[in-house]
Ligand binder design. Structure first.
Ligand SMILES: Nc1nc2c(ncn2[C@@H]2O[C@H](COP(=O)(O)OP(=O)(O)O)[C@@H](OP(=O)(O)OP(=O)(O)O)[C@H]2O)c(=O)[nH]1
Ligand SMILES: [Mn+2]
Length: 179
């Protein structure tokens, strides 16, 4: 079998094991792994991305932030490039939430092109998910707040992938949010 297919299976299996006990915040408690798989799929299917390291980083993008995975573990298993992309899209969970959110806006323009791709697909997935259903405990205002904040992050990611950016623009437009 081709090497890249084997590598992607190894990567998705690693992510599935790491996220095995986590669920999304929707009422149905969708398995969390649906999200990283969906982000990688947006990149390949809608973004036309074929860079294997970007697709691997998409599958792994929430492992360091949300599970016991360390950057060193990713580097040993998947190499320095994949580990670096994941590190670039990982929020510092020791910071207060407001500060974390502010840093995403501030750091977005300085990310590598590979990290920008993962961030665009992550936001596109999460915004579509918000349109699909509201997370348990979220008010309409909180949903709108997320769209506003995501728009500020996406502004700093522009010029990376026009297909993904156009789809994001349309979602913002539907919410009356100006990119
Ligand atoms: N829309 C939606 N999001 C859900 C759901 N379940 C879990 N999430 C995750 O929640 C995060 C957004 O919620 P927030 O309250 O803003 O952030 P927090 O989890 O970091 O505190 C996203 O994290 P992230 O992927 O790390 O991205 P980011 O928002 O930090 O960029 C998203 O993946 C769901 O059912 N719907
Ligand atoms: Mn994510």
């Amino acid at each position: 079998m081709n090497t890249e297919a084997v590598l992607l299976l190894e990567t998705v299996n690693f992510a599935a094991e790491k996220h095995r006990n986590q669920r999304r915040k929707d009422a149905e408690q969708t398995p969390y792994i649906n999200h990283p798989i969906g982000v990688a799929r947006i990149l390949s299917h809608e973004g036309g991305v074929t860079d294997i390291e970007v697709l691997q980083a998409a599958l792994l993008h929430d492992t360091v932030e949300d599970t016991d995975t360390s950057p060193a573990e990713l580097e040993a298993k998947f190499g320095p490039i994949v580990a670096r992309i994941v590190q670039e899209v990982t929020d510092d969970k020791s910071l207060p939430k407001q500060e974390r959110k502010r840093q995403q806006v501030e750091h977005a323009p300085h990310c590598s092109r590979q990290a920008k791709l993962v961030k665009l697909a992550d936001k596109l997935y999460n915004l579509r998910d918000l349109n699909r259903c509201t997370p348990v405990g979220w008010s309409t205002e909180r949903v709108q707040e997320y769209f506003l904040w995501a728009c500020a992050v996406v502004k700093g990611l522009r010029g990376t992938n026009s297909a993904l950016e156009e789809k994001l623009e349309e979602l913002f437009r539907q919410r009356g949010v100006q990119l």
